[in-house]
Ligand binder design. Structure first.
Ligand SMILES: Nc1nc2c(ncn2[C@@H]2O[C@H](COP(=O)(O)OP(=O)(O)OP(=O)(O)O)[C@@H](O)[C@H]2O)c(=O)[nH]1
Ligand SMILES: [Mg+2]
Length: 366
């Protein structure tokens, strides 16, 4: 890996001098800094490429494959059954074992019972239709308009800064790699900031994702993660980059000092650009079960989350946790929208797609 030094933008609060590197990521002979570096940052064709029907079908198939255990458990309940109390009871157990959590399950069952009575439902198949409706209503607030939707272009601040946080191993760095590809595909220029300065391997991992996408990574060995991202905001501005994706180290919500550090990262980003970060996303491993609710609550308190990325839905995730998150959100004294921005269904560059509530419900019940 060739490193190309460029003049560091020294943050006023930095005490130690350091060398900031922009990692030249394209393969082959490294260019000299200057024209070829600029080439790296040159905007690609501005016309966004819409998702192909084939890509969408393949994503849905993978989501369905990932959720197949939950789906077969849930759909199996309704087959050849009468609509009676035992069906409600079995449904309650199935929802709980699908990671929906006690509170959201109780809510769903109450809704189902009331509406089944009101609508005079008679068959198990009708009840399944009602469950589909109620789940879709519960999840709908998690599907928010995407500020980056290429089909509804808006004038965005430049750079548009997205900060990612989450517990260790949730999939932050991998998701950044996938997002870089997605945003480039939309005709946007991207820069990555390696805000995980604790581990050399973390930096190398982000650089490898930068490599795959041909985008530059601002990084530094060790030091203050906030300062690296601060510099990256300046670098992105100087180079007219559209989107800056800032990686951060994994941390547990119980690690007070690390939660304080991530708060500081956000504050320092705002010193580089008062309107930034424009989005703060929590990356959640969908296999986390009910602990996901805790993570959402604590990271939201610390950072004021705007969105979530749910990863690893291709594995053993049960999927019910989304209903748990939606319900917990509804219960807040002052509900604030929280979007699920993307779902991850694999380790590859293309394995990330925007969240569509109706697709998710279909993957669980159809
Ligand atoms: N199957 C699957 N694996 C994923 C997905 N997203 C991430 N992973 C894998 O999860 C592991 C951890 O991913 P990272 O991106 O390194 O997670 P991280 O949150 O950056 O981890 P730390 O920086 O250590 O906190 C890697 O092996 C990824 O390949 C996904 O959607 N599906
Ligand atoms: Mg990481």
């Amino acid at each position: 890996m060739k490193l190309i030094e460029f003049t560091p933008i020294l943050a006023p609060f930095m005490v130690r001098s350091r060398v900031l590197h922009t990692h030249r990521t394209a393969r082959g002979t490294p260019p000299t800094f200057g024209t070829q570096m600029l080439g790296l940052f040159k905007k690609s064709a501005p016309d966004p490429k819409p998702e192909t029907p084939a890509a969408r079908t393949s994503f849905l198939a993978r989501l369905k494959e990932g959720l197949k255990n939950t789906r077969s458990q849930l759909t199996g309940l309704f087959a050849g059954r009468k609509l009676d109390e035992s069906l409600f009871e079995d449904l309650e157990s199935a929802l709980i074992s699908a990671d929906t959590g006690m509170d959201a399950t109780t809510f769903l069952l109450r809704q189902l019972r009331e509406r089944a009575r009101k609508e005079r439902l008679e068959t198990a198949e009708q009840l399944k239709g009602l469950l589909r409706e109620i789940l879709a209503e519960l999840l709908a607030p998690l599907e928010q308009p995407d500020p980056l939707d290429p089909q509804a272009p808006k004038k965005l601040p430049q750079p548009f800064v997205i900060m990612l946080a989450g517990v260790n191993g949730a999939g932050k760095t991998t998701s950044i790699g996938k997002l870089a590809k997605l945003f480039q595909h939309q005709g946007r220029t991207v820069l990555l900031a390696a805000g995980d300065t604790f581990r050399a391997a973390a930096r190398e991992q982000l650089i490898a994702w930068g490599d795959k996408n041909g985008v530059a990574v601002i990084s530094q060995s060790g030091g203050d993660p906030a300062a690296v991202i601060f510099d990256a905001v300046h670098a992105a501005r100087a180079r007219n980059i559209d989107i800056l994706l800032a990686d951060t180290a994994g941390r547990l919500p119980t690690q007070q000092h690390l939660m304080e550090e991530v708060r500081k990262i956000k504050r320092v980003i705002a010193k580089a650009d008062a309107s930034a970060p424009h989005e703060v996303w929590l990356v959640l491993d969908a296999n986390t079960g009910q602990n996901a609710l805790n993570q959402v609550r604590i990271f939201d308190d610390a950072l004021g989350l705007t969105g979530l990325i749910l990863t690893k839905l291709d594995g053993t995730a049960k999927g019910g946790v989304l209903a748990g998150i939606a319900y917990a959100r509804k219960q807040l004294a002052a509900p604030r929208p929280l979007a699920i921005r993307y779902l991850g269904v694999g380790e590859g560059l293309d394995d990330l797609r925007p969240f569509v509530a109706s697709d998710f419900v279909a993957a669980l019940l159809d």
